[in-house]
Design a protein around this ligand. Structure first.
Ligand SMILES: Cc1cc2nc3c(=O)[nH]c(=O)nc-3n(C[C@H](O)[C@H](O)[C@H](O)COP(=O)(O)OP(=O)(O)OC[C@H]3O[C@@H](n4cnc5c(N)ncnc54)[C@H](O)[C@@H]3O)c2cc1C
Length: 288
């Protein structure tokens, strides 16, 4: 498995702009290629990670042992028939929404502003406060760690708030979405509403909301109540605009700085509100 893609710097591939190098890094463009890579990974008994747009992960600073697999343009195709869209796991949410606007397809507007891929969005059941991508998923297709290709209907998947029971080594290669035809005017109006909501979001290098909202509560409000807004550690800062965002202010913060802030937030919120915040972002590597 040694080739020129060894030791890829992951900070270049995450929206946090944080992360050490991956021992192995593969961009794959077909199921055949995926099967080949997975067979080699099994032979070597190494761990693998699936990378989308890197907009929901915190990657350790040290070398990440194992392989990082990224779906390439071969998995970036999109097509529709009536209201049914079939899109590759590497299709980004912005690309999906441009496609919907072009073809008068409605139902996915609430995803506006989410910078990830469809694969990542399905895995984390991405969405807003009141809607998640699971409401428009008909089925997903992908490949297991053993190299078996599977298609799973949505009814067989258990989606939760920002999560699902999909195995974290199942590589989502295709997603089928159920949308409906509408007028361009209606679609653009809906998108505008979501765009306006986004204007309150902090800018800068981040991975979006760090913690899940506890039932009936806002993680951001709990962090603010704990008096943590604006606190820093190295180049990492708890956003003044939205306390559930940690920003890598100058692009120089390390995963260690972010993790220490996360630990501080959890401890303080537990003391001030009695609530233990659960992570929304995924961590890759060792964090203690
Ligand atoms: C500014 C900003 C705003 C955001 N706003 C929102 C929001 O409103 N709502 C929301 O839910 N999220 C939001 N996010 C978080 C993030 O964009 C979403 O979670 C997104 O769906 C992650 O997709 P990704 O491709 O970047 O996944 P990555 O970050 O690359 O990966 C996330 C997880 O998904 C897995 N994964 C990725 N691709 C695949 C695949 N093809 N098959 C299987 N597993 C895969 C990874 O292994 C990892 O466990 C925001 C992030 C940022 C930076």
């Amino acid at each position: 498995m040694r080739d020129k893609k060894q030791f890829m710097e992951l900070k270049k591939l995450t929206t946090f702009h944080i992360g050490g190098r991956a021992k192995y890094y593969y961009v794959v463009n077909s199921i055949a290629e995926l099967k080949k890579r997975l067979a080699a990974i099994r032979r070597r008994k190494i761990k693998y990670y699936i990378l989308g747009s890197g907009s929901n992960i915190l990657v350790q600073d040290r070398i990440l042992l194992g392989a990082v697999i990224k779906l390439g343009p071969g998995f970036g195709k999109i097509a529709h028939q009536g209201g049914k869209i079939i899109a590759g796991g590497a299709v980004t949410i912005p690309k999906l929404l441009s496609y919907c606007v072009k073809h008068n397809l409605s139902g996915a507007e609430f995803l506006w502003g989410i910078p990830g891929t469809l694969g990542g969005a399905v895995m984390g059941n991405a969405g807003t406060r009141d809607k998640s991508i699971s409401i428009i998923i008909k089925s997903i297709a992908g490949i297991t760690g053993l190299g078996n290709v599977e298609k799973i209907p949505a009814e067989k998947i258990s989606f939760t708030y920002r999560g699902s029971n999909i195995s974290d080594i199942f590589i989502i290669t295709e997603v089928e979405l159920a949308l409906h035809k509408s007028s361009i005017h209606v679609i653009k109006k809906k998108i505008d509403t979501y765009r306006q909501l986004r204007s309150q979001q902090p800018r800068g290098y981040s991975a979006g909301c760090v913690f899940k909202n506890p039932s009936g509560q806002s993680a951001g409000a709990l962090i603010e109540f704990a008096g943590l807004k604006g606190q820093t550690n190295g180049g990492a800062v708890i956003s003044q605009k939205h306390a559930n965002f940690i920003i890598n202010k100058n692009g120089q913060a390390k995963a260690k700085n972010v993790w220490e802030l996360i630990t501080r937030i959890r401890k303080t919120v537990r003391q001030t509100s009695g609530i233990t915040l659960a992570l929304e972002i995924k961590t890759w590597g060792e964090f203690k």
